[in-house]
Design a protein around this ligand. Sequence first.
Ligand code: MN
Ligand code: MN
Length: 472
Amino acid sequence: MEEAKKKSAGDLRREALRYDQKNGYDRLSAGDEAAMRTYCEAYKKFLDDSKTEREAVVSAVALAEARGFRPFTRGKALNAGDKVYRVNRGKALMLAVIGAEPLSAGVNLCAAHIDSPRLDLKQKPLYEDTELAFFKTHYYGGLRKYQWVTIPLELHGIIVLKDGSQITVALGAGAGDPLFTIDDLLPHLGTEQSKKPLSEAIPGESLNVLVGSRPFKDDEGSERVKLAILDLLNEKYGIVEEDFISAELCAVPAFRACDIGFDRSLIGSYGHDDRVCAYASLAALLDCSPARTAVCILADKEEIGSEGVSGMKSAAFDTFMSDLCETQHTPLKVCYEHSLCMSADVTAAYDPNFPDVFEKRNSALVNYGLGLCKYTGARGKSGASDASAELVAKIRRILDDADVVWQMAELGKVDAGGGGTVAVYMAERDIDTLDAGVPVLSMHAPFETVSKLDCYMTYKGMKAVYEAKEEK
Ligand code: MN
Ligand code: MN
């Protein structure tokens, strides 16, 4: 037998000193690989069931209830091992697993968001032009408008009648449902449009959804196509045109989550941002056995600045936490100052097709695991909460102890742009917060791509954080 080659002094020093990362597949155990497959199939189902924040809440509550979670009633005593949740206005969800350690020792928290970029209908959406009927839209979140034309769209949301009763709409989700679309110019007539910058080629007011073309039968009046659509809507949902005033309807891509690549290593879908981290945070909470209390918040409105009663800035979160704390006569501020939060949101994956906007040495790579962002923000870290070195060290320890594949990530070149998420609003509450999430290709596009390994490692990382025992 040949003798193993002796390592040179340089090799030994290299091993000891350098930080050289490996592709996650080079260290994935067989057990993790099997668990990853199961996990990703369940995640794909969650995606298909959850095209809006409201639908994500319904899906998440069903999963939580099946695992023993119950609605939390203010003032009710809680014991270690209890699993509770509270829905905020149908659009956000907070869950907790009560630990044996007191809430005065702080909680381990994961915060993600369940809203995604989309096209919201205006409050007076329906109109007819040249015997075609359309819905006017106002886009929600930072989307690239040119990507949203000539793709199949579904219609999701609710209509609230004046008497308070609600009608749920999920058109396109069922087999055989009709779909919708937004048209674009043919290349033959697109010469002038093609000269415009991408951001101007499709103006916001041209994102009008085509909803019909057939005129009302045997009628001589005006706007017969619009009338025929109203007639159909009345028949199907019992609504009249004025009811759109109190509706929240949106057009979302009609794609179903699917495997991408010959090797099926990736998942393509609408809404990975941020249901990929929301699902990881939720699934990890359902599976964890924490010593400290573990809390998961799935927030709304992140894509438009975390504003509003259902966003991360809302006191609804503080109210939930103080309701928990009051069961142990603990001041909320004492709980907060000892707590630890992962702000679970996606980051940009390095895209070799667009190398100019990335700084390769500090970018998240596909299949290199959960991406930790010490800071987000733009131009000089503006708007970033910038996690402390102490916190980053603690998270390194927690993730390494749990054998999680992770990497450091920065969203793009210093002067190229930037972004933000809910981290800053958690940090403002006096909670130590670090951003962490799945690297995404084509973020905010109607069809985004993530790696299965990164999805699973995000789940594993969040579970390790919930179960972390150390105190501040
Ligand atoms: Mn996000
Ligand atoms: Mn986003």
